[in-house]
Design a protein around this ligand. Structure first.
Ligand code: IMP
Length: 432
């Protein structure tokens, strides 16, 4: 059996949740390794819509184990809401189905208040964060003053750690015009949440190692996307974690040698929420059409997503920094009815150069003008198709041209939101 990492190859929202949900049928274990409740997976199973922010989408499959690794920042309130929801639907009946790393850092109310206050104070330079406290929590982790899941079960040391952290956090909140946090209230709430989380908390790294030892197939589920990676993304308009495949190992507490393949998820076009460069963004009727037909509104914040044509430079870059072994293309059906479909194959830069590699300099990227290749569209709806060869010739041509431009094969194509609306060309767990 092999172990597979799934990452977003663009700016997040590529439809990873759906692909993970589908690939979970071949896996025994699903692991989240970074990010937090800023992620949002919208899943439609048997016509019922579900949004999960923290718990791996794999939980919707009976008998699969789900892990929330040390690299995730856990909001106990959001986690418990999801656990309650899943329990009420009969989807989480045994606590052994979900293991939350005791070393994961915890998002507390002051992180959210700092996040919100900072964004407000940045005005037009705001990052456009999800407001979930992600950045401030990762800052505390790196500054070695974070609160970890394990701390929520230790009243004395929790109070000590929070007494040390809170004065500075409160001073910051005050300077940003927000409402400060009260130590006792915070301790009491955190302990209560810790107690409720307790059945799910454990040594995730050790338990995952046992699963691997027993030959169980593991799916590592990335959140956000490559271009939102804190090192490799469009900095500073990024999230605060490493979203690339290499972090699957660090954020799950398992060596990189257990990973056999990496699948990048891409939409058939491009979207982004929040601010920052998006070279192929469309500000016209076509952009509106993609948003409307693709229902491009954030699963976490409800914000309308910025939409544009597919960008082969972005995908080639994602292939490089993740070491992609395959691509899964989602929402191909959204392009139905478009006469001429564009794909960016190069950028014209403000220094006069035309480049075919994604520039790492954010200033060059901000002004980059895409050079498009035009591909013929198709008129047939794709939602009912289940075989690759049933796709209209121009749709197949589109997929294959993208493969050629990126240099990576497409192992799955999604033609609608339901789990069944996916054409699988290769099972990544069988390709070591
Ligand atoms: P943060 O992760 O809330 O700090 O937000 C930082 C940037 O990442 C913002 O541009 C967000 O819109 C973006 N972001 C965070 N999570 C997601 C996601 O799951 N999908 C798409 N964009 C995201």
């Amino acid at each position: 059996m092999s172990n597979v990492v799934i990452v977003g190859a663009q700016w997040g929202d590529e439809g990873k949740g759906k692909v993970v949900d589908l690939f979970t049928s071949w896996a025994d274990v699903v692991v989240r390794f970074q990010g937090g409740a800023n992620a949002g997976h919208t899943l439609v199973v048997g016509g019922v819509k579900t949004v999960l922010h923290l718990v791996p989408a794999g939980i919707l499959h009976a008998g699969k184990k789900c892990f929330i690794g040390n690299g995730v920042v856990v909001d106990p309130e959001a986690l418990m809401d999801e656990i309650d929801f899943l329990k009420s639907r009969g989807l989480l009946t045994d606590p052994h189905q979900l293991i939350v790393s005791e070393n994961a850092n915890v998002i507390l109310p002051y992180h959210k208040r700092i996040d919100a206050g900072r964004e407000k104070s940045r005005g037009k330079d705001a990052i456009g964060t999800t407001g979930r406290g992600i950045g401030p929590c990762y800052e505390d982790k790196i500054a070695r003053r974070g609160i970890r899941v394990r701390d929520l079960a230790k009243p004395r040391s929790l109070r000590e750690k929070l007494s040390a952290r809170l004065p500075e956090a409160n001073a910051q909140i005050e300077s940003l015009g927000g409402q400060t946090c009260d130590l006792e209230g915070l301790v009491e709430q955190a302990l209560k949440q810790g107690e409720r989380m307790q059945p799910y908390v454990g040594d995730a790294s050790e338990k995952l190692a046992r699963e691997v030892e027993h030959g169980r197939a593991v799916l590592f589920e990335g959140a956000q996307g490559t271009l939102l990676d804190v090192d490799h993304g469009t900095y500073p308009y990024v999230t605060s974690s490493n979203t690339v495949a290499g972090n699957a190992s660090v954020g799950a507490g398992i060596g990189p040698t257990v990973i056999n393949s990496v699948i990048g998820i891409t939409k058939a076009y491009t979207t982004r929420v929040g601010n920052g460069p998006l070279p192929t963004e469309l500000h016209d009727e076509m952009g509106e059409q993609l948003r409307r037909v693709g229902a491009e509104f954030g699963a976490t914040t409800g914000r309308p997503r910025r939409c544009g044509w597919l960008d082969a430079l972005v995908l080639r870059y994602a292939a490089r920094v993740n070491g992609l072994s395959g691509l899964a293309m989602t929402k191909l059906d959204v392009l139905t009815g478009i006469d001429k479909i564009m794909v960016a194959v190069a950028y014209k830069l403000m220094d006069g150069r035309t480049v075919s590699e994604f520039p790492s300099d954010p200033e060059l990227l901000a002004e980059a003008q895409p050079v498009y290749e035009e591909l013929p569209g198709w008129k047939e709806p794709l939602g009912d198709l289940r075989e690759y060869t049933e796709l209209p010739a121009n749709a197949q041509h589109y997929v294959e041209r993208v493969e050629q431009l990126v240099g990576v094969e497409t192992i799955a194509v999604s033609v609608g939101p339901d789990r069944a609306q996916t054409i699988v060309r290769k099972n990544p767990f069988r390709h070591v």
